[in-house]
Design a protein around this ligand. Structure first.
Ligand code: ZL4
Ligand code: CA
Ligand code: ZN
Length: 393
């Protein structure tokens, strides 16, 4: 039996809306809101809820969504019932507005409510950080980094991260956005491309034409106009298939460590997309739960406030394992328990012999071939360090 207690000296808050689960993108669509409930159950099964402040979050208002998204787009999202909305698959002749109704961003019942709940969780988390009632705020229902101000994209309709960061900017001078989802965090990058108060850094698989969304090359560092204060404040770490915990950890620490030195953020917004894990239905990387969680661990060492968002993650049982583990990182549970959590099975005590437990590698599936050479990774680090000469707090 574990006895999980509150971390000393700081507060962790968990922001969750149980009403997100009943929403469905479609039977075979990869995005499964059910993974949020699965995560919450695992967190609660370990008693981690006793170490945090738990909030059932409210929905974001139209005005709050309007802080980033245009009224045209929101009105369309809000007013048009699914039946009347155009679909490009079923009705290829009909017009598709705002990229809504295709196979990536389908229209479903309660879509607007679902989006308001996701944004509401992230905004509640940001408010708790702003008024110092929380030091690490967790919002696994958010992290939808592709949405643009007037357009849905890649399973994302409302950019809860941008809305949360806009809130943080009211109370903090500089926000560091870090994105470990296997996809490029294009929506967040674009939203802040003209300010030097937000530095964005995304790690992702990069193969334009082949892998979504196709942006985020090493040289994409924000619009390079002389008068743009946001120039150089977008950092991209393009990667190939099969990157391992060891490589990713080294890369993450040298890139984020340097950014922390130069940019001196007052708060961190960390998008923890779990599709960078091995065995993900859409992802291509080979990260284990520990390697993924090591990113959150490293960010925590800076000792500044942090929001942890969800994001992608398409093998639900692994998403729950990773986010439960990262919740345990936030509340700083004993290392011994950390080692147990990723190997969780509810009927653990019924097994007598240790050998009956599968290893994490077995849980997460056969590793993919690693297409990242040490030489290339070293070049990336070198390039990012050079770019950071233009960044000063
Ligand atoms: C699916 O099986 O690369 C959607 C999407 C729906 C159900 C049945 C429809 C079958 C994989 C993906 C047709 C599917 C055709 N269904 C999808 C260029 C594309 C056009 C759409 O993690 N087809 C688009 C988006 C990416 C594309 C990734 C990641 C979000 C995040 C944050 C978004 N879009 C090619 C694909 C399926 C589906 C199966 C799919 N879509 C895989 N990759 C994409 O970063 C939350
Ligand atoms: Ca990313
Ligand atoms: Zn993703």
């Amino acid at each position: 039996e574990y006895n999980i207690t509150r971390p000393k000296g700081y507060t962790v808050s968990y922001h969750f809306n149980p009403d997100m689960e009943p929403h469905h993108f479609g039977l075979t669509h990869p995005m499964k809101p059910f993974r949020l409930t699965l995560t919450k159950s695992l967190v609660t099964a370990y008693g981690m809820n006793f170490a945090m402040d738990n909030y059932n979050t409210r929905i974001a208002t139209y005005e709050e969504l309007n802080s980033f998204h245009t009224s045209d787009y929101l009105d369309y999202l809000h007013m048009t019932p699914p039946e009347e909305m155009p679909r490009d698959i079923d009705n290829p002749d009909k017009e598709v507005k705002f990229n809504l109704g295709g196979s990536d961003c389908p229209l479903f019942h309660g879509l607007y409510d679902y989006c308001s709940m996701s944004a509401g969780s992230s905004l509640d988390a940001a408010r708790k950080i702003c008024n110092k009632q929380s030091d690490i705020a967790i919002a696994w229902g958010g992290g939808l980094h592709h949405a643009k101000k007037s357009e849905a994209s890649g399973f994302c309709y409302i950019n809860d991260i941008v809305i949360a960061i806009l809130q943080l900017l009211r109370c903090y001078p500089r926000v560091l956005y870090i994105d470990i989802d296997v996809h490029h965090g294009d929506g967040v990058e674009e939203a802040f491309h003209s300010t030097d108060r937000v530095l964005t850094c995304s790690f992702h698989k990069y193969a334009p034409e082949v892998f979504f969304p196709g942006t985020g090359g090493l040289d994409d560092t924000g619009p390079k106009s002389e008068h743009n204060p946001g120039a150089h404040h977008a950092i991209n770490v393009p990667l190939n298939d099969g990157i391992t915990d060891e490589q990713y950890g080294h890369l993450f620490q040298s890139v984020i460590g340097k950014i922390n030195e130069k940019f001196r953020p007052s708060v961190i917004a960390l998008q923890c997309g779990a599709d960078s894990l091995a065995g993900d239905r859409l992802g291509r990387f080979n990260l284990q739960v520990q390697g993924h969680g090591a990113c959150a661990k490293f960010c925590k060492t800076f000792g500044i406030p942090m929001i942890m968002f969800g994001g992608g993650g398409y093998t639900p049982r692994n998403v729950a394992r990773a986010w439960a583990y990262e919740t345990s990182v936030a509340i700083d549970v004993d290392e011994k328990i950390n080692k147990i959590i990723p190997e969780h099975t509810p009927w653990r005590k019924h097994f007598v012999q240790e050998e009956l437990f599968p290893s994490l590698e077995q849980i997460l599936g056969e590793p993919r071939a690693n297409r990242n050479s040490q030489k290339r990774l070293q070049e990336i680090i070198q390039h990012v360090h050079e770019q950071l000469r233009f960044v000063n707090a």
